[in-house]
Design a protein around this ligand. Structure first.
Ligand code: AMP
Length: 362
């Protein structure tokens, strides 16, 4: 069976790496000549909205998935006419637009920060009346890693925020002074069975994920059950197949949904070593219609991203228990070039190993 992946980045690379032991083959559609996944998958070079490229990509594959949420909906639909496309293309509509996404959460009983649609300068004033300050103004589409958003400490920041983002469809959200950020990774099979990984604790720097710890410490059973319930609600509403990530704020004992990613997610990379079945293997299992693997964890894992530069391999590997994953990408400031996971059966040891690695990363 050959699986086609739209997008040839590191997520595609790790999906292919997870699928080969199961005898699966992979092809990626990626416009750039150099694709991280190109080392381990057939590379069809073409634009995501080019019908000819899409048809060439589709010839000879058995199922389609994607590794980023900004896949044009029309392209997913074109492929879906002749092949199974998982997760279902409807998930793209939800994940591509922050307003649709937050409304979807609300409609399915999942709490979020207060939010209001903003279409013009007067709309921003009206939204501030409703949400108050501090607040976060975000573009509805194409925001990632903290891009396309501005914090308004007070109403006086409205002009500057508008200057920066105005003219595009926007959303204003109440600023949540959260205790911490968590995520729930789940996977749903073609038979509708849902498996969830334990909650992950995430640390961001300037909007970019730098570190994930799994299982998140200090999670009571009720919080764990709530997160799983959110995953259940989203995936059953969309008749979902594959891995879904939901990013959450923990605030005053509640879990507020911030966004969802209909794909494997950076906050699930720890699962390669830290779970019985990684998010990547479970995603390809789901897409291939195979039984899902157990999501049970093995010890405590801490994943740290290699952003903008990569320390010497020898130094990283000298840290006991370090598992290095390099994505074969050229260095650029702010670019995710790889990640390193340390895992240990005892929490203390995992933390100590993570500190030794963190010292190399600064
Ligand atoms: P996003 O692009 O929505 O994932 O936002 C990137 C990061 O900005 C999040 O991981 C949070 O750290 C922060 N952030 C986003 N929205 C809010 C909010 N409403 N309140 C507080 N922090 C936020």
């Amino acid at each position: 069976m050959k699986i086609g992946i739209i997008g040839g980045g590191q997520l595609g690379r790790m999906l292919a790496l997870a699928g080969y032991p199961l005898g699966l083959e992979f092809r990626v559609l990626e416009p750039k000549p150099a694709a991280s996944a190109g080392d381990v998958a057939e590379h069809v070079q073409g634009d995501y909205d080019d019908p000819q490229a899409l048809d060439a990509f589709a010839d000879g594959i058995d199922a389609v998935t994607y590794e980023f949420e900004n896949v044009p909906r029309a392209s997913a639909d074109r492929l879906a006419e002749r092949l199974p496309v998982y997760p279902p293309p409807a998930a793209l509509d939800v994940a591509q637009d922050r307003l649709v996404e937050k409304t979807f959460f609300r409609d399915h009983g999942i709490p979020t920060a207060p939010f209001v649609r903003v279409d013009d300068r007067e709309g921003l004033e009206a939204a501030l009346d409703e949400v108050g300050a501090p607040a976060v103004l975000k573009t509805r589409r194409f925001g990632y890693d903290g891009k396309g958003q501005v914090i308004l400490e007070s109403r006086e920041d409205a002009d500057a925020a508008w200057e920066e983002l105005g003219g595009r469809p926007l959303i204003l959200e109440g600023f949540v002074p959260f205790r911490r950020e968590l995520s729930i990774l789940s996977v749903r099979g073609i038979d509708g069975r849902l498996a969830a990984y334990p909650l992950v604790e995430n640390t961001h720097d300037e909007g970019i994920l730098v570190r994930s710890r799994a299982p998140a410490p200090d999670v009571d059973p009720e919080t764990a059950a709530t997160a799983r319930d959110y995953a259940e609600r989203v995936t059953s509403a969309l008749d979902y197949v594959g891995v879904l990530a939901i990013e959450l704020f923990q605030h005053e004992g509640r879990l507020l949904a911030n966004e969802m990613a209909p794909r494997v997610h950076n906050s699930g990379h720890w699962s390669i070593e830290g779970a019985e079945t990684s998010q990547f293997e479970n995603h390809v299992r789901a897409v291939a219609g195979l039984p899902l693997g157990t999501t049970e964890t093995v010890g405590v894992s801490i994943m740290q991203n290699l952003i903008g530069g990569v320390p010497p391999l020898e130094a990283m590997l000298a840290v006991e228990g370090a598992h290095v994953h390099l994505y074969a990408k050229l260095p650029r400031p702010g670019r995710k070039l790889g990640h390193v996971t340390v895992r240990a059966l005892e929490e203390e040891r995992a933390l100590e190993r993570a500190e030794r690695l963190a010292d190399l990363l600064v």
